[in-house]
Design a protein around this ligand. Structure first.
Ligand code: PLP
Length: 375
């Protein structure tokens, strides 16, 4: 049975050219980048070239890119160090952030007593921009604004320029979790004054276990992981040249193919939306109607019995999608994202997160619809 993978917000397939590059490095470049002899220096050069290549896409300096193991690490590092080392006393965020941000913020509240303000989420899944502006205007307390660029469950897009301008005007630091947007939309950090962004290679067809963080030069973060001078002392631990080279290659390819891939994915998403509307009268889509082009969060007009069967049925037929919703299988916990803006009655209905990639096809969507019709 072939697999139909429609969960590209969870992770993505690794592009063959990325695998090829990684194998080359694993086979030939095993030197420790900290060693001073030639094979070590060569590994170091691979890492520095990857750093330059990544920095170029965001129009920043290579020294502002720090390699990490994943998005979770990047978000934890920024939030913790901003409080511990940059004197942050208040964090403004939302309850629809990824758990790695939410829990890191809660930790800072517990350990350092920082004030945490959660912005209201409007029924259309967007933040209340006016509330953010008022909060920033009202107080001069050293503040970190931590807001994700693209929400991983619904695809709501934050207006980065608008928030960055508000933060700059009010001397607040701005951290954006860009894990879902890096490689899928251009981000110009020369133009947009965000202080920190975070990325994870496995979300843009690169390897798992590799990520990077952009830290604007003026913000002197201190490391979370100590014990070595790697990454200019910002993140100790022997580097993984194959991971870093694979990540840079994946990012390069993502941006090289951005126009055609984003068009193809948008067409697939629109086709899926139209097919669902034709086949399931009453279907609704969670979010503000202009969510990110690769995600559809679908509210199906199914009975509770059908709901219980839905994911099981999809899995049996080889379709991989996520249940971005009400009750996860085996647990009665609602999605912390949907719970913030859906009405109670809708929260009880089954939601599905379908997220598309460049390797999906219309035939796969037809198959998904057929499986759903037969639940
Ligand atoms: N932030 C967002 C928005 C995500 O979607 C994810 C992964 O699902 C993460 C952070 C965590 O990234 P990683 O899997 O690299 O730890």
């Amino acid at each position: 049975m072939s697999q139909i993978y429609l969960d590209n917000a969870a992770t993505t397939s690794v592009r063959p050219e990325v695998v090829e590059e990684m194998i080359k490095v694993l086979t030939h470049d095993f030197g420790n980048p900290s060693s001073t002899y030639s094979i070590g220096r060569h590994s170091k050069a691979l890492i520095e070239n990857a750093r330059k290549s990544i920095a170029k896409h965001f129009k920043v300096s290579a020294s502002e890119i720090i390699f990490t193991s994943c998005g979770t690490e990047g978000n934890n590092w920024i939030i913790r160090s901003a409080v511990r080392d940059l004197g942050i006393k208040r964090i403004i965020t939302t309850k629809i952030e990824h758990h790695c941000t939410l829990y890191a913020v809660q930790q800072m509240e517990k350990e350092y007593g920082v004030e945490v303000v959660y912005l209201s989420i409007l029924p259309n899944s967007e933040i209340d921009y006016d509330q953010l502006e008022n909060l920033l205007n009202e107080s001069e307390i050293p503040t970190l604004v931590s807001l994700m660029h693209v929400n991983n469950e619904v695809g709501t897009v934050l207006d980065l320029d608008r928030v960055a301008a508000m933060c700059q005007k009010n001397n607040a630091l701005f951290h954006s979790d860009t894990v879902q947007s890096v490689g899928k939309i251009e981000i110009d950090l020369e133009k947009t004054p965000v202080d920190f962004i975070v990325a994870s290679a496995h979300k843009f067809h690169g390897p798992k276990g590799a990520g990077f963080t952009f830290v604007r030069k003026k913000n002197a973060l201190k490391p979370l992981i100590v014990g070595g001078e790697q990454e200019k002392g910002m993140r100790a631990g022997t580097e993984a040249p194959h991971q870093v080279v694979g990540m840079a290659k994946a990012l390069e390819l993502s941006y090289q193919h951005l126009e055609e891939d984003s068009k193809k994915i948008t067409d697939l998403r629109d086709y899926c939306k139209m097919s669902l509307e034709q086949n399931f009268p009453g279907v609704k889509f969670n979010g503000n109607g202009s969510t990110f082009y690769n995600v559809l969060n679908i509210l199906l007009p199914f009975s509770p019995e059908k709901t219980a069967m839905m994911l099981f049925h999809l899995d049996m037929k080889g379709v991989a999608v996520s249940r971005g919703s009400a009750c996860q299988s085996g647990s009665q916990k609602p999605s912390h994202v949907l719970a913030e803006f859906l009405k109670d009655e809708d929260l009880l209905k089954p939601s599905l997160r379908v997220s598309f990639g460049h390797d999906n096809s219309k035939e796969e969507i037809d198959f998904l619809i057929n499986v759903l019709k037969n639940v």
